[in-house]
Ligand binder design. Structure first.
Ligand SMILES: NC(=O)CC[C@H](N)C(=O)O
Length: 258
Protein backbone atom coordinates (compact mmCIF):
# COMPACT_ATOMS: atom_id res chain seq x y z
CA UNK A 1 0.00 0.00 0.00
CA UNK A 2 1.54 3.30 -1.08
CA UNK A 3 1.32 6.44 0.98
CA UNK A 4 -1.82 8.41 0.09
CA UNK A 5 -1.58 11.77 -1.63
CA UNK A 6 -2.77 14.15 1.06
CA UNK A 7 -4.83 17.13 -0.03
CA UNK A 8 -5.68 19.72 2.59
CA UNK A 9 -8.44 22.30 2.71
CA UNK A 10 -7.56 25.34 4.79
CA UNK A 11 -10.25 25.22 7.44
CA UNK A 12 -10.10 28.56 9.22
CA UNK A 13 -13.36 29.85 7.78
CA UNK A 14 -15.54 29.49 4.68
CA UNK A 15 -16.58 26.70 2.32
CA UNK A 16 -14.49 23.85 3.70
CA UNK A 17 -16.98 20.98 3.80
CA UNK A 18 -18.21 21.77 0.29
CA UNK A 19 -14.68 21.44 -1.10
CA UNK A 20 -14.06 18.21 0.82
CA UNK A 21 -17.27 16.72 -0.58
CA UNK A 22 -16.43 17.63 -4.15
CA UNK A 23 -12.83 16.46 -3.73
CA UNK A 24 -14.06 13.04 -2.63
CA UNK A 25 -16.38 12.87 -5.61
CA UNK A 26 -13.57 14.01 -7.95
CA UNK A 27 -11.21 11.42 -6.48
CA UNK A 28 -13.43 8.57 -7.63
CA UNK A 29 -13.25 9.95 -11.20
CA UNK A 30 -9.48 10.28 -11.02
CA UNK A 31 -8.97 6.84 -9.48
CA UNK A 32 -11.23 5.04 -11.93
CA UNK A 33 -9.32 6.56 -14.85
CA UNK A 34 -5.96 5.39 -13.48
CA UNK A 35 -4.35 2.13 -14.55
CA UNK A 36 -5.35 -0.74 -12.27
CA UNK A 37 -3.89 -0.03 -8.82
CA UNK A 38 -1.13 -2.38 -7.79
CA UNK A 39 1.26 -2.45 -4.86
CA UNK A 40 3.59 0.05 -6.47
CA UNK A 41 1.63 2.15 -8.93
CA UNK A 42 -1.69 2.49 -7.10
CA UNK A 43 -2.66 5.88 -5.79
CA UNK A 44 -4.93 6.83 -3.00
CA UNK A 45 -6.02 10.15 -1.57
CA UNK A 46 -6.47 11.47 1.93
CA UNK A 47 -8.42 14.70 2.37
CA UNK A 48 -7.85 16.66 5.55
CA UNK A 49 -8.86 19.93 7.18
CA UNK A 50 -5.88 22.17 7.87
CA UNK A 51 -5.79 24.43 10.91
CA UNK A 52 -2.22 24.00 12.11
CA UNK A 53 1.30 24.08 10.68
CA UNK A 54 1.85 20.33 11.37
CA UNK A 55 -1.35 19.52 9.44
CA UNK A 56 -0.14 21.69 6.56
CA UNK A 57 3.19 19.88 6.61
CA UNK A 58 1.36 16.58 5.91
CA UNK A 59 -0.16 17.98 2.71
CA UNK A 60 0.95 17.40 -0.87
CA UNK A 61 -1.51 20.04 -2.09
CA UNK A 62 -3.91 22.58 -0.62
CA UNK A 63 -7.19 24.34 -1.36
CA UNK A 64 -7.88 27.75 0.16
CA UNK A 65 -11.68 28.02 0.06
CA UNK A 66 -14.05 30.92 -0.41
CA UNK A 67 -15.25 32.86 2.59
CA UNK A 68 -13.84 36.15 3.76
CA UNK A 69 -10.19 36.80 3.07
CA UNK A 70 -9.65 39.50 5.71
CA UNK A 71 -10.95 37.18 8.43
CA UNK A 72 -8.97 34.26 7.05
CA UNK A 73 -5.76 36.30 7.11
CA UNK A 74 -6.34 37.45 10.70
CA UNK A 75 -7.03 33.90 11.89
CA UNK A 76 -4.05 32.53 9.93
CA UNK A 77 -1.78 35.16 11.52
CA UNK A 78 -3.03 34.28 15.03
CA UNK A 79 -2.46 30.58 14.44
CA UNK A 80 1.04 31.19 13.08
CA UNK A 81 0.01 29.83 9.69
CA UNK A 82 0.80 32.72 7.36
CA UNK A 83 4.52 32.02 7.01
CA UNK A 84 4.07 28.22 6.70
CA UNK A 85 1.47 28.92 3.98
CA UNK A 86 3.88 31.23 2.13
CA UNK A 87 6.56 28.58 2.38
CA UNK A 88 4.17 25.88 1.07
CA UNK A 89 3.22 28.00 -1.96
CA UNK A 90 6.40 29.88 -2.80
CA UNK A 91 9.29 27.78 -1.50
CA UNK A 92 8.00 24.21 -1.70
CA UNK A 93 5.94 25.05 -4.81
CA UNK A 94 3.22 22.57 -3.93
CA UNK A 95 -0.06 22.73 -5.89
CA UNK A 96 -2.44 25.23 -4.34
CA UNK A 97 -5.89 26.31 -5.51
CA UNK A 98 -7.71 29.33 -4.15
CA UNK A 99 -11.42 29.90 -4.77
CA UNK A 100 -12.82 33.42 -4.34
CA UNK A 101 -11.43 34.56 -0.95
CA UNK A 102 -8.73 31.92 -1.56
CA UNK A 103 -7.81 33.68 -4.81
CA UNK A 104 -7.50 36.94 -2.87
CA UNK A 105 -5.17 35.22 -0.38
CA UNK A 106 -2.99 33.86 -3.20
CA UNK A 107 -2.60 37.21 -4.97
CA UNK A 108 0.55 39.26 -4.42
CA UNK A 109 -1.59 42.41 -4.26
CA UNK A 110 -5.22 43.24 -3.58
CA UNK A 111 -7.22 46.41 -4.04
CA UNK A 112 -10.48 47.48 -2.40
CA UNK A 113 -9.22 45.97 0.83
CA UNK A 114 -10.46 47.01 4.26
CA UNK A 115 -8.85 50.16 5.63
CA UNK A 116 -5.27 49.41 6.60
CA UNK A 117 -5.04 46.64 4.01
CA UNK A 118 -4.89 42.92 4.65
CA UNK A 119 -2.17 40.31 4.78
CA UNK A 120 -1.85 37.95 1.84
CA UNK A 121 -0.09 34.66 1.21
CA UNK A 122 0.83 35.57 -2.37
CA UNK A 123 2.19 33.33 -5.09
CA UNK A 124 0.24 34.72 -8.04
CA UNK A 125 1.83 37.78 -9.62
CA UNK A 126 -1.48 39.54 -9.97
CA UNK A 127 -3.48 42.28 -8.32
CA UNK A 128 -7.04 41.29 -7.51
CA UNK A 129 -9.94 43.67 -7.13
CA UNK A 130 -12.13 42.53 -4.25
CA UNK A 131 -15.93 42.49 -4.42
CA UNK A 132 -15.88 43.37 -8.12
CA UNK A 133 -19.56 42.69 -8.68
CA UNK A 134 -20.95 44.30 -5.53
CA UNK A 135 -22.54 42.88 -2.42
CA UNK A 136 -23.84 39.41 -1.54
CA UNK A 137 -27.21 40.51 -2.94
CA UNK A 138 -25.62 40.87 -6.35
CA UNK A 139 -24.46 37.24 -6.43
CA UNK A 140 -25.08 35.50 -9.74
CA UNK A 141 -24.38 32.41 -11.83
CA UNK A 142 -22.78 32.66 -15.27
CA UNK A 143 -21.78 30.06 -17.83
CA UNK A 144 -18.03 30.12 -18.50
CA UNK A 145 -16.32 28.55 -21.46
CA UNK A 146 -13.25 27.09 -19.78
CA UNK A 147 -10.97 25.84 -22.52
CA UNK A 148 -8.77 23.91 -20.12
CA UNK A 149 -11.63 21.56 -19.27
CA UNK A 150 -11.59 20.30 -22.83
CA UNK A 151 -8.41 18.48 -21.87
CA UNK A 152 -10.26 16.60 -19.13
CA UNK A 153 -11.26 13.09 -20.10
CA UNK A 154 -14.76 13.45 -18.81
CA UNK A 155 -16.90 12.30 -21.64
CA UNK A 156 -19.24 14.48 -23.63
CA UNK A 157 -19.78 17.01 -20.83
CA UNK A 158 -16.14 18.11 -20.94
CA UNK A 159 -16.68 21.10 -23.20
CA UNK A 160 -20.01 22.30 -21.80
CA UNK A 161 -19.97 25.77 -20.19
CA UNK A 162 -19.20 25.69 -16.48
CA UNK A 163 -21.97 27.14 -14.28
CA UNK A 164 -19.87 29.47 -12.17
CA UNK A 165 -21.22 30.87 -8.91
CA UNK A 166 -20.00 34.41 -8.14
CA UNK A 167 -20.48 35.67 -4.55
CA UNK A 168 -18.80 38.97 -3.70
CA UNK A 169 -16.20 37.74 -6.13
CA UNK A 170 -12.78 39.20 -6.79
CA UNK A 171 -11.35 39.41 -10.31
CA UNK A 172 -7.78 39.72 -11.52
CA UNK A 173 -7.50 43.37 -12.46
CA UNK A 174 -3.83 43.28 -13.41
CA UNK A 175 -1.04 40.83 -14.07
CA UNK A 176 1.80 42.60 -12.31
CA UNK A 177 4.77 40.54 -13.46
CA UNK A 178 4.88 38.15 -16.31
CA UNK A 179 7.21 35.46 -15.10
CA UNK A 180 9.80 34.55 -17.64
CA UNK A 181 9.62 37.84 -19.52
CA UNK A 182 10.47 39.69 -16.36
CA UNK A 183 14.20 40.43 -16.23
CA UNK A 184 14.03 41.20 -12.53
CA UNK A 185 12.67 39.32 -9.58
CA UNK A 186 10.24 37.24 -11.60
CA UNK A 187 13.07 35.64 -13.59
CA UNK A 188 12.65 31.92 -13.96
CA UNK A 189 9.07 31.95 -12.68
CA UNK A 190 6.23 30.50 -14.69
CA UNK A 191 4.11 33.00 -16.60
CA UNK A 192 0.64 33.93 -15.40
CA UNK A 193 -1.85 32.13 -17.67
CA UNK A 194 -5.37 33.44 -18.05
CA UNK A 195 -7.62 30.35 -17.94
CA UNK A 196 -11.05 31.90 -17.69
CA UNK A 197 -12.76 35.14 -18.67
CA UNK A 198 -16.23 36.30 -17.66
CA UNK A 199 -18.62 37.02 -20.53
CA UNK A 200 -16.28 35.42 -23.05
CA UNK A 201 -17.29 33.58 -26.19
CA UNK A 202 -19.23 30.41 -25.49
CA UNK A 203 -20.26 31.63 -22.04
CA UNK A 204 -23.10 33.73 -20.67
CA UNK A 205 -23.18 37.04 -18.83
CA UNK A 206 -21.24 40.14 -19.63
CA UNK A 207 -22.25 43.77 -19.44
CA UNK A 208 -19.89 45.84 -17.39
CA UNK A 209 -17.74 42.93 -16.30
CA UNK A 210 -17.30 41.44 -19.77
CA UNK A 211 -13.71 40.35 -20.24
CA UNK A 212 -12.87 40.19 -16.52
CA UNK A 213 -10.22 37.59 -15.72
CA UNK A 214 -11.79 35.00 -13.40
CA UNK A 215 -9.37 32.05 -13.54
CA UNK A 216 -5.56 32.12 -13.61
CA UNK A 217 -2.66 29.79 -13.08
CA UNK A 218 0.99 30.52 -12.45
CA UNK A 219 3.02 27.35 -12.14
CA UNK A 220 1.79 25.54 -9.03
CA UNK A 221 -0.76 28.21 -8.10
CA UNK A 222 -4.31 28.19 -9.47
CA UNK A 223 -7.06 30.65 -8.63
CA UNK A 224 -10.73 31.04 -9.52
CA UNK A 225 -13.01 33.98 -8.70
CA UNK A 226 -16.01 31.68 -8.47
CA UNK A 227 -17.07 28.68 -6.38
CA UNK A 228 -17.03 25.28 -8.15
CA UNK A 229 -17.56 23.67 -4.73
CA UNK A 230 -21.07 25.14 -4.58
CA UNK A 231 -22.11 23.20 -7.67
CA UNK A 232 -22.17 19.48 -8.34
CA UNK A 233 -19.93 19.95 -11.38
CA UNK A 234 -16.83 18.02 -10.53
CA UNK A 235 -14.79 18.88 -13.64
CA UNK A 236 -12.47 21.52 -12.21
CA UNK A 237 -11.77 19.44 -9.11
CA UNK A 238 -10.95 16.44 -11.33
CA UNK A 239 -8.70 18.57 -13.56
CA UNK A 240 -6.85 19.98 -10.54
CA UNK A 241 -6.53 16.62 -8.75
CA UNK A 242 -4.91 15.11 -11.86
CA UNK A 243 -2.25 17.81 -11.65
CA UNK A 244 -1.83 17.08 -7.96
CA UNK A 245 -1.21 13.41 -8.81
CA UNK A 246 1.39 14.38 -11.42
CA UNK A 247 3.09 16.75 -9.00
CA UNK A 248 3.21 14.07 -6.29
CA UNK A 249 4.60 11.51 -8.76
CA UNK A 250 7.20 13.72 -10.38
CA UNK A 251 8.00 15.94 -7.44
CA UNK A 252 6.90 18.93 -9.48
CA UNK A 253 3.92 20.15 -11.37
CA UNK A 254 3.71 18.97 -14.97
CA UNK A 255 1.44 21.49 -16.63
CA UNK A 256 -1.04 20.42 -19.26
CA UNK A 257 0.31 21.25 -22.68
CA UNK A 258 3.72 22.30 -21.29
N1 LIG B 1 -17.32 34.39 -1.65
C1 LIG B 1 -16.15 34.84 -1.28
O1 LIG B 1 -15.21 34.08 -1.04
C2 LIG B 1 -16.04 36.32 -1.13
C3 LIG B 1 -14.65 36.84 -0.98
C4 LIG B 1 -14.63 38.16 -0.25
N2 LIG B 1 -15.17 39.22 -1.02
C5 LIG B 1 -13.20 38.45 0.16
O2 LIG B 1 -12.57 39.33 -0.32
O3 LIG B 1 -12.70 37.76 0.96
Amino acid sequence: MTKPITVGVLALQGGVVEHLNLLRKAATHVLTSQPQPSADNGIDFAFIEVRTAPQLAQCDALIIPGGESTTMAIVARRLGLLDPLRDFVKVQHKPVWGTCAGLVMLAEQASATKQGGQELVGGLDVRVLRNRYGTQMQSFVAGLDLGFLKEAKNGEAAAAPFRAVFIRAPVVEEIIADGRQDGGEGKGKAPVEVLGVYGGEGGTGGGEGKGDIVAVRQGNVFGTSFHPELTDDVRIHVWWLRQVVDAARHGRLVLNGA
